[in-house]
Design a protein around this ligand. Sequence first.
Ligand SMILES: CCCCC/C=C\C/C=C\C/C=C/C(=O)SCCNC(=O)CCNC(=O)[C@H](O)C(C)(C)COP(=O)(O)OP(=O)(O)OC[C@H]1O[C@@H](n2cnc3c(N)ncnc32)[C@H](O)[C@@H]1OP(=O)(O)O
Length: 294
Amino acid sequence: MLVATLSKRLLRVGQAKRCGLSLRSFSDAKDKDLVLTSIDGDTGVATITMNQAPVNSLSLEMCQAITTAIKEVESQPEIQSLVLASSLPGVFCAGLDITELHKPDEKRLTDFWHSFQQIYFDLYGSRLATIAAIAGHAPAAGCMLALSCDYRIMVSGAGSKKPSTIGLNETKLGIVAPSWLGYQYIDTIGQRQAELGLSLGLLHQPEQALAIGLVDELVPREEVLSRAQAEAVKWGKIPAKARLASKMLARKARLDHLAATRKEDNDFFRSFVTNETAQKIIDGYLQSLSKKKS
Ligand SMILES: CCCCC/C=C\C/C=C\C/C=C/C(=O)SCCNC(=O)CCNC(=O)[C@H](O)C(C)(C)COP(=O)(O)OP(=O)(O)OC[C@H]1O[C@@H](n2cnc3c(N)ncnc32)[C@H](O)[C@@H]1OP(=O)(O)O
């Protein structure tokens, strides 16, 4: 049972209510669940675990499931902090589901990008303290999920033959990150490192990610989740209004900008992806991913 392994004392709806935590929708550990949400009854920390094998790529449904889970947790006034984690060994999130971009239906593509933007609003702008438990690869939009949290704990690369990586690798694929994602990067790691990272499409190993401030801590694999949950307890104890106002000092202008330009951003994305050249890139990239396997 996946959920049972997530924390010491996890609550189902009835139990949560008895403890004053009225989470309406609590996901049971069924393989079909794209995300699993749990609340530790001792600490009040919520954990949203991405659970879309093989790589937690962000399909339309996955984006919507993440947003729904965040909203469910946020609707519980007793809960102050949230951990974002993955159930998959070795992958936090592989970024956008590239099959969504391949020969797309325009309506679905529009909904898809809208749902990805929505995660930015819901996670980057969350009233909750948010901690990313990055126990695996986090390229591109996977990195965006981590950047949208308040604190990032990553699995250490020490002693690993194939360390996990994190970063915005879009240029390596011949594409450009949207400006709001680029600014998240600049705001987190500074202009120079972001310029280098974005221009070269760098995916950083954990020690390098720590050195440039892309993540805040490295811990051994088996400690990532428990350390993130402990950090969430700490953040949850900060007076909530003051913590949120401080977060918004840094983030509100960015959020407002995307809110004001959301449709243009979506139009641009759609016209970019449906362009013949982009379709060739996407086709080639999908093939390279499956060739890698064979
Ligand atoms: C490419 C053009 C995009 C155009 C978009 C335009 C504008 C938007 C710009 C920016 C916003 C963000 C963009 C993105 O997020 S693009 C996605 C970037 N992600 C990646 O480049 C990661 C690709 N994946 C990997 O590198 C590896 O899979 C991994 C995450 C390191 C894990 O490696 P592992 O060895 O564990 O797994 P496999 O490689 O064997 O993969 C297993 C299985 O999953 C499929 N897969 C992997 N990643 C994706 C994905 N992002 N989308 C869909 N499917 C994916 C892979 O093909 C395998 O499938 P199979 O059927 O062969 O088992």
